[in-house]
Design a protein around this ligand. Structure first.
Ligand SMILES: Cc1cc2nc3c(=O)[nH]c(=O)nc-3n(C[C@H](O)[C@H](O)[C@H](O)COP(=O)(O)O)c2cc1C
Length: 201
């Protein structure tokens, strides 16, 4: 493992619980590890549009300057994932979903012919598989219940583009009193330390 991609998506920036857990994971890594950080809130992009997808579908040599710039939103996101040996994504729960800025970033990772293709047997993910860690922070308790709308979505989406080596770390009950919050964060930190040892040390 040489390169780790961190993706942050808390509305609270570095003060967010998910960002702090990502920082805890970062603190476990040797100095030699190359880190790339994308903060999809601080560097928020617009929602995906058909105009942008039109740029994807235009031959690179034929693109206007505007299309080249808009296409780069997607190819830069994909390149960041391709370059990483390990991807770590902070996923707060906001209104039973992932942050819309994170969804907008995911939307730019799904590119027919680049990250997935359809075959007679169904869709095939084209990204080279690598470990991906999701750090999920929530005010309430949903893990393993039908109200956990995030986990099946993340599993399905990343399987679809070829990243099947998925690991989920939950910090739940963060708004259920200081004791519950502390317990959840301690547990999540322990799991992150174990994952750091497993993948990087
Ligand atoms: C706009 C907003 C919506 C939220 N919606 C939910 C929710 O649907 N379920 C839940 O358990 N917690 C919800 N919360 C609480 C967050 O999940 C919790 O504060 C968590 O720490 C967010 O991660 P972060 O600190 O990394 O931003 C919400 C918080 C905000 C700000």
């Amino acid at each position: 493992m040489q390169k780790v991609l961190f993706v942050k998506s808390s509305l609270s920036g570095d003060a967010g619980q998910s960002s702090q857990l990502l920082a805890h994971f970062d603190a476990q890594l040797p100095a030699s590890i190359e880190r790339t950080v994308i903060d999809v809130v601080a560097d928020a992009k617009p929602h995906l549009t058909m105009t942008e997808m039109g740029a994807w579908m235009t031959d690179a040599a034929q693109r206007t300057a505007a299309q080249t710039a808009t296409e780069a939103l997607s190819s830069d996101a994909i390149a960041a994932v391709q370059a990483a040996d390990l991807v770590v994504i902070g996923v707060p729960m906001y209104n039973f979903a992932v942050p819309s800025q994170l969804k907008a970033w995911f939307d730019r990772l799904a590119r027919a012919g680049i990250t997935f293709k359809y075959t007679a047997q169904g869709p095939v993910g084209l990204l080279a598989d690598k470990p991906i860690i999701f750090v999920l922070t929530r005010g309430g308790l949903y893990q393993g219940t039908p109200l956990d709308s995030q986990t099946p979505y993340l599993q399905a989406f990343f399987n679809f583009i070829g990243l099947r080596n998925q690991h989920f770390v939950f910090a739940e009950g963060l708004n259920m009193g200081p004791e519950a919050a502390e317990k959840a964060k301690t547990q999540a930190k322990t799991e992150l330390e174990q994952l750091a040892r497993r993948f990087l040390i």
